[in-house]
Structures are given as C-alpha cells and as structure tokens.
Write a protein that binds this ligand. Structure first.
Ligand SMILES: Cc1cc2nc3c(=O)[nH]c(=O)nc-3n(C[C@H](O)[C@H](O)[C@H](O)COP(=O)(O)OP(=O)(O)OC[C@H]3O[C@@H](n4cnc5c(N)ncnc54)[C@H](O)[C@@H]3O)c2cc1C
Length: 385
C-alpha cells in the first residue's frame, strides 16, 4: 500500500454501477470513502434502460459477440457470478434471476461453438419448437436456449451496494458534481464540487462512464473513447400472451436486439447499433427513426401479442477502439483508479469492477487479472492534451 492510504477518504466520482460497486468493496476493506454523484443514484435507471438487465454467465457477451467470448471475459464473468452470490447473501437482496435465454436469428448458430467450448449448457431448437414454447415466430430456422442465463435487477444491485457501503460508513453525496481535481502532493488529492466545496482524498476512483473524458481533462488526459447509443423501450403486450415472452436475444448479421419477460403488462426491449458520438456533448437521447422503425417491425413481425409502444429512448455507453474495458490506475501518485469503456454490457461484471477499483484506489494489487484492461494499451489511446 502507498503512504497516503487510510489517512483521508477515497473519493469516488460517479454513483452508477462502477462507483456504487467500488463503494461496497471499499467499505468491506475498511476504507473511508465519499461518493459524489451529480444526479441521483439509480435515478430513473435511464442510463441502463431500466431495472432489468441481461446477464449471461457463459463466455459470450450479453449480445453474443465473439470478440467478448475470450478467456479473460469468461473468467471475469465467473468471478462476478461468485461476487453477486456473495452480495445477495450479505445484503439479503435478491439480484439474479436465472430464467434462461432464447437466442435466435441468422447469427445464432455461431454462438453454439462458443457455448460448447466453455461448457455452457444449451438446447438446440428449430422454429417450430420455439413457436410452440413462446410467442415468437422466428424467420430463421435455428435457435437455442441457454438454461443458465438470465437477468439481474440493476435497481436492486445498486440498492445492495449502497446499503452495505453506507453500513460501512461510506458517505453518498447526490446532486453534487465533481468540477475539478488535482494531485496536491503524493498523499493528497483535492476535489472541487458544484456546491463550491473542497474535499481532500487519499485517492480517487473515476467511475464516470460516458463522461470519463470530461473528468480526465482535469489531468490533461484523454482516452480514445466513442459514445455508443443503445435504443431501448417498453411495449404493451396482450395479457393473453404475457406469459409467453422469455428473455430473448435476436442475433443477426445486421445487429442484435433483445427483450425480457413481460412485467406489469409490458416487455422491455433494446437494440444496439446506431451512430456513435465523439463525446456526450453531441449525444442524442431521442430515438432515431431508423432503429425505432426496425424495432417496431421486428416486434410485430416476429412476436405474437405485441401491442403499442409505451416509451423509447437512447442511452449512452463508452467504447474503446478494441471494445474492451479500461480498468486500471493512471500513472502517478496518489492513485487515480479508472473504469470505463464498458460498451453497454458491463453491469454483469460489477463485482469484479468494484473490487478491482477499490483495490487499485487503496494501492493494492487487483485480485483478478486486469493486465489486458490496462489504460496504457494502445487501443485505449491515452494521450496528453
Ligand atoms: C440501454 C442499456 C442496456 C444495457 N443492458 C445491459 C445488460 O443487459 N447487461 C449488462 O451487463 N450491461 C448492460 N448495460 C451496460 C450497463 O448498464 C453499464 O455497463 C453500466 O451501467 C455502466 O456503469 P458505470 O458506472 O460505468 O457508468 P454510469 O452508470 O453511466 O455511471 C456514471 C455516473 O457518473 C456520474 N457522473 C459523471 N460525471 C460526473 C461528475 N463530474 N461528478 C459526479 N458524477 C458524475 C453520472 O451522472 C453517472 O451516474 C446496458 C447499458 C445500456 C445503456
């Protein structure tokens, strides 16, 4: 551990998934911490499109892309599952729901080899079998059902992190932005907030998601990040069909789309793709007509019982050039730990992200292997500005 550890609190910037998870693990390590969140924690969950998020404990990303189907992500997912189970036990809050996942579409077949490689149990299904079990009318013949996938409740996860962190003495300051920070000496970081307050910390955790580059600018640094857009919304469903919506993922060469079982007469659906913005200043929150039209068409053509659209909007996520996270510490002292580049699929990894951030911010070596997620790798594009 470095000399400053323990004297002043760790300051966490951002009260989303990464900031709250870091707060939970800092409290477990007995570290003092303050979390600054410029909005409310778990405001309307609009950042991640609702309370319910997909998890997939197999080797693949929630959307089944091959680039995420590597051993590193498989290991991180497995560690995270252990972490989630421990958090559920500690806080007595149920976060995971193992309801299985239907994967269909013209690219679904490619997923099978990955699942086999990583011994993830699945059942192969043809179109007739799928239509018999669910309200789906697939246009392609093949599909599969992953038994061990499911959903996690993002709202409950944030509540659990916050409950245990607060019990350990972590202070949450909502509605207060960090507007500047600097390293004063090798043991102290000074932070200025939107409420014209100054806080002193022994280290910093930058967990600002799509706003990371705005925060890095205070260190005259920048990462090569783009801001991606996830379109998500709710559709009403016919009460007679409500029980026939599984958690599903439609993988096609043109992009992916996914949805969750009906809840209170609605299904929640999302679609990837869309134009990427250079920064949050040019990010558009309104749904674009192209993806909205495709989603409408797909839901009405391929699913029975989908009725009118209730709401639709876009949420941002940060992407690195190699589409992998940055989970590391910036050069220099005191430590500035950083997480970003989650590519709209990072929530399920919250336990390993939070634990690693807490370890890095307190000068410890991360328990999990984070080397490939280094901020210094060329694809992260760290530059001085
Ligand atoms: C529509 C959608 C669907 C998704 N579905 C899934 C899924 O099914 N499975 C999955 O695993 N993942 C999913 N994800 C990804 C997951 O939601 C993200 O990985 C996760 O929410 C990112 O958390 P974060 O803490 O890094 O960033 P954020 O949640 O964006 O948190 C960053 C926080 O920092 C705050 N902040 C920024 N600047 C400052 C400042 N200067 N001072 C104080 N606070 C500041 C912001 O207000 C924000 O609350 C989805 C994402 C989207 C958008």
């Amino acid at each position: 551990m470095w000399a400053g550890a323990g004297k002043l609190p760790v300051i966490v910037v951002g009260g989303g998934m990464a900031g709250c998870a870091a707060a939970h693990y800092l409290a477990k390590m007995g570290a003092r911490a303050i979390v600054f969140e410029r909005d409310r924690i778990a405001r309307d969950l609009s950042m991640h499109g609702g309370a319910e998020l997909a998890y997939r404990w197999g080797p693949t990303s929630p959307w089944g892309r091959d680039e995420q189907g590597d051993d590193l992500h498989a290991a991180l997912a497995a560690r995270s599952l252990e972490g989630w189970r421990a958090i559920e036990r500690e806080t007595q809050i149920e976060i995971l729901r193992e309801n299985g996942l239907l994967v269909y579409g013209d690219a679904a077949e490619e997923t099978k080899a990955l699942l086999e490689k990583h011994h993830v149990p699945f059942e192969s299904l043809d179109a007739e079998q799928m239509a018999k079990r669910w309200a789906v009318k697939p246009k392609t013949p093949a599909g599969l059902f992953e038994k061990t996938s499911g959903a996690l409740w993002a709202d409950r996860a944030l509540a659990a992190f916050r409950k245990s962190a607060a019990a350990g003495g972590v202070v949450f300051r909502e509605g207060e932005s960090v507007v500047g920070y600097e390293r004063l000496d090798r043991e102290t970081i000074r932070v200025r907030t939107s409420k014209r307050e100054t806080a002193f910390g022994s280290s910093l955790v930058l967990a600002a998601g799509a706003w990371t580059n705005d925060l890095l600018a205070h260190q005259h640094l920048r990462l090569d990040l783009e801001i991606g857009s996830m379109l998500w919304g709710h559709y009403a469903v016919d009460p007679a069909a409500a029980g026939r919506f599984p958690q599903w993922l439609r993988l096609s060469s043109g992009g992916s789309c996914w949805g969750f079982p009906a809840h209170e007469g609605r299904i929640r659906v999302a679609v990837d793709g869309g134009a990427r913005a250079a920064s949050m200043a040019s990010f558009v929150k309104d749904a674009d007509a192209k993806r909205a039209g495709l989603l409408d068409e797909l839901l009405h053509d391929e699913w029975d019982g989908v009725k009118e659209k209730v709401a639709l909007q876009c949420s941002p996520f940060a992407v690195t050039r190699d589409e992998s996270f940055v989970l590391d510490v910036l050069p220099g002292e005191p430590p500035i730990a950083i997480f970003c580049g989650e590519r709209g699929q990072g929530f399920r990894f919250a336990p390993v992200i939070g634990q690693s951030l807490a370890e890095l911010a307190t000068g410890r070596r991360p328990t999990v292997e984070t080397g490939p997620l280094s901020v210094a790798r060329p694809a992260a594009g760290l530059t001085r500005i």
